[in-house]
Design a protein around this ligand. Structure first.
Ligand SMILES: Nc1ncnc2c1ncn2[C@@H]1O[C@H](COP(=O)(O)OP(=O)(O)OP(=O)(O)O)[C@@H](O)[C@H]1O
Ligand SMILES: [Mg+2]
Length: 348
């Protein structure tokens, strides 16, 4: 038998699986909601960004300056290498599904830059004294399946004994540098689109607390942003990011700030997964979501919406959709970019 999550510690390895292990109960937080909050992260990495103005001909085309989704390095033939990594604790109880979500999320940052993933390596942390190795293999199986769907090789990885289960990937892709999509590419006068509905954060919090699974949320989190990324490139879009732990408002604030424009969000046009509002009303709001809202509040005009609406807009997503400066087929327009005004973001 595996030990209860509360009885953590290093001891004998587990060889047999109990009837039902709820992976989320072995982690303090789940998915992108366990990211270090945006303000704190920027303070931590600030010392790494003092590289001076970016030279457009430089080898490192995208570095840390604008907190973009991935680093981009110039290679031959007008191409760039796209490099990104993402890992987190279980966001769902099922190991195979956790693997699929974590892989879709890791691959997403390449799509958010307008790129195509080529090869990934796994990052695995596993509490080998409390959880069976078979479950770790299930996590990796899920990740491999999604990478294969993306046409991305899995070339290896790294695994450590860890008090909490963690999984993700480091992904390398390629991008046509003339079609690169970045945080800083937004231009006033262009529409703002979102390719997946919000609400994954509150639904995952509910699932962690009650065990109630939202199939819609799982479907959203396991869907690759490949088609959205391709559509964005085909439409000539140059501004975008994926919506993850910092929520729509957090990622939009980063985009508008980096682009020197103001983003206007039409709250009524933002799509939500079924049950998201009810989960919020029942109090299933993560600390990460509250921190996201606190972070953007000084720069955001929220006077037109209730506190609940603002929390939903700041809901920490895992493997969320692409937020794009432009229009793509099938994705709702949820606002627009306008010249920079008093606020960096306006919710109306
Ligand atoms: N430990 C770190 N060292 C250096 N840079 C970091 C570190 N952690 C994060 N960053 C950088 O900070 C920025 C914001 O990180 P964040 O993880 O939010 O980006 P992201 O990969 O797009 O997130 P997500 O995978 O959730 O979409 C990125 O440019 C990232 O490269
Ligand atoms: Mg990202």
């Amino acid at each position: 038998m595996a030990r209860a999550p509360s009885a953590r510690g290093y001891g004998r390895a587990v060889t047999t699986a109990p009837a039902r292990i709820r992976l989320t109960q072995y982690a303090h937080g789940g998915g992108c909601a366990c990211k270090i909050p945006p303000g704190e992260l920027e303070a931590v990495v600030a010392g790494l960004t003092a590289t001076g103005p970016r030279d457009p001909a430089a080898e490192l085309v995208v570095g840390l300056d604008d907190g973009d989704d991935a680093a981009v390095v110039r290679i031959a033939g007008g191409q760039g290498l796209v490099l990104t990594t993402d890992f987190f604790t279980p966001v769902v109880d099922d190991a195979y599904t956790f693997g699929r979500i974590a892989a879709a999320n890791a691959l997403s940052d390449v799509y958010a830059m307008g790129g195509t993933p080529v090869v990934a390596v796994n990052l695995l942390g596993w509490p080998r004294d409390v959880l069976p190795a078979e479950l770790a293999a299930e996590v990796l199986r899920g990740g491999l399946e999604v990478a294969q769907e993306a046409g991305c090789h899995v070339g290896g990885g790294h695994s450590i004994d860890d008090p909490e289960p963690k999984y993700g990937m480091a992904v390398t892709g390629v991008v046509d540098l003339d079609r690169l999509i970045t945080n800083s590419g937004a231009v006033a006068g262009t529409p703002l689109s979102l390719t997946k509905p919000l609400g994954v954060g509150v639904l995952n919090s509910r699932m962690k607390a009650t065990g109630e699974v939202s199939d819609e949320a799982v479907a959203a989190m396991t869907t690759l942003n490949r088609d959205a990324g391709r559509a964005a490139v085909a439409a000539g879009i140059r501004a975008g990011t994926d919506v993850t732990g910092f929520g729509l408002l957090g990622h939009l604030y980063k985009m508008a700030r980096a682009s020197g424009v103001t983003a206007v969000v039409d709250a009524a046009a933002v799509p939500y997964l079924a049950g998201a509002r009810e989960a919020l009303a029942d109090g299933h709001v993560s600390g990460g979501t509250r921190r996201n809202l606190d972070w953007v509040r000084p720069h955001t005009d929220l006077s037109a919406v209730s506190e609940d609406e603002a929390l939903l807009l700041a809901d920490a997503q895992t493997s969320g959709g692409l937020l794009l400066g432009g229009e793509v087929p099938g994705a709702p327009v949820i606002g627009e970019f306008v010249p920079r005004g008093e606020h960096v973001v306006i919710v109306r």
